[in-house]
Design a protein around this ligand. Structure first.
Ligand code: SAM
Length: 395
């Protein structure tokens, strides 16, 4: 099978159009255009800022630790169980030596295992959350100059690796969404299980918070957000109730409003009634889906041949974007029928490592509920074709 005729359980153009129709109804920019090479995200990347984490003179690696030995606790009580850890470590085994960008380093669970298991790799960890980086810095200290951290949103990934001189890279990992500590710490205002001021900012320096979305968004737009980012079928009723009850000050108050807005029989199915609303507001506050297409494209662009990019997604909106951007790389952007060869100037840049997604086994889900919705996809960068070489200007 030619590399462009792949069978990705594909995010069809129809799926993308459906997403964009939902977004258009609520005045949100379409996703498809954001993923195009020349597309720009609606928000400008935050400035690059270093945080301590570039520790020199670390101890030599033992290289003997098993993944299961990895300690998930951090000295700061930052507890996050990394999802599909062994699969992710295995995916990066064959990559060339060099830098791996962990674009969502969080508490450095994946990063620690990757550094322990792969002496040929160094890790550049990015995160926009200052608390996560403090925990990651502590955890990665033993790896000395094999670990480097930057506080940044991940759509600035290409600028950062260029600025740090770590390009081209051997791997890129995205483990999307929130970490357990973000959800568990009441003061971060992410959770319907704690009563706290409405916040939900991953980057505490950011202006926009959940309070802005909940108290200052029009009813129609609010309903659109709940539908587009939370797949919430009672979006209209919930938006109406929120607008009626404003000002809403705390997560507890919001959870109660949502619960009361949902018909009683529906409250008993599908987990906590406020789950989807909280997810949708969190995604909106952090512009999570808006920045993702550009970030994945940037990740693929900075890979060296043989380098790999893996993305862990936790809900369908994220996963559709991952499939679309990987598909774009696998087809070289060719949108014609899969059985026809693309024009000679179109070249695939990556190959899929699996047609579908890896998902966690039952025992992992039993041990870590957060893993239940995880879907992992991965691609490998191809060597440039002769035609690509030919088009490189000679200085
Ligand atoms: C699921 S956690 C990652 C956990 C990590 N893999 C580990 O093993 O500890 C996701 C992390 O990504 C960060 N994050 C989410 N979106 C981001 C973005 N656009 N830019 C930078 N960091 C982001 C969050 O702050 C959070 O710390």
């Amino acid at each position: 099978m030619p590399p462009y005729a792949f069978d990705l359980d594909r995010p069809s153009d129809r799926e993308e159009k459906d997403d964009n129709r939902k977004r258009a109804r609520s005045g949100i920019a379409p996703l498809q255009s954001l993923g195009q090479r020349d597309g720009r995200p609606p928000l400008h990347p935050l400035p690059i800022e270093s945080v301590p984490g570039n520790y020199l003179g670390g101890q030599p690696l033992s290289g003997e630790l098993q993944v299961s030995d990895t300690n998930h606790d951090s000295p700061h009580g930052f507890r996050h169980q990394p999802v599909l850890l062994e699969r992710i470590v295995a995916l990066f085994t064959p990559v060339p030596p060099g830098w791996l960008v962990d674009a969502t380093v969080g508490g450095a669970g994946h990063a620690t295992a990757l550094l322990e298991q792969h002496p040929h790799l160094k890790v550049l960890g990015l995160d926009q959350d200052g608390d996560a980086l403090t925990a990651a810095a502590e955890r990665l200290r033993p790896f000395g100059d094999r670990a480097l951290l930057h506080r940044s949103r991940f759509d600035a990934l290409d600028d950062i690796v260029k600025e740090l001189g770590t390009t081209p890279v051997s791997g890129v990992l995205f483990d999307l969404g929130v970490s357990s500590p973000q959800l568990d710490r009441a003061d971060r205002g992410f959770s319907y299980q704690h009563d706290a001021p409405l916040d939900m900012r991953m980057d505490q320096r950011q202006q926009r918070s959940a309070d802005d979305i909940v108290n200052h968004t029009g009813e129609r737009e609010l309903a659109g957000l709940l539908r587009a980012y939370g797949d919430e079928r009672f979006a209209n009723r919930i938006a109406k109730a929120i607008v009626r009850e404003r000002p809403v000050e705390t997560t507890g108050q919001l959870a109660e409003i949502v619960r009361d807005a949902i018909p009683a029989p529906a409250r008993r199915t599908g987990g906590h009634p406020a789950k989807r609303t909280f997810q949708a507001i969190r995604i909106a506050v952090n512009a999570e889906l808006d920045v993702l297409p550009q970030a994945i494209d940037a990740g693929l662009a900075v890979l060296q041949p043989g380098g790999r990019c893996a993305v862990l997604a936790y809900h369908s909106g994220e996963d559709r974007i991952v499939k679309a951007r990987f598909r774009h790389g696998v087809t070289g952007g060719w949108k014609g029928p899969a059985h026809l060869p693309p024009p000679s100037d179109i070249h695939p840049t990556v190959r899929l490592l699996k047609a579908g997604a890896w998902t966690p086994a039952d025992d992992e889900i039993a041990a870590n509920r957060r893993a239940a919705s995880a879907r992992l996809r991965a691609v490998e960068k191809l060597a440039p074709t002769t035609a690509d070489h030919d088009s490189t200007p000679v200085a």
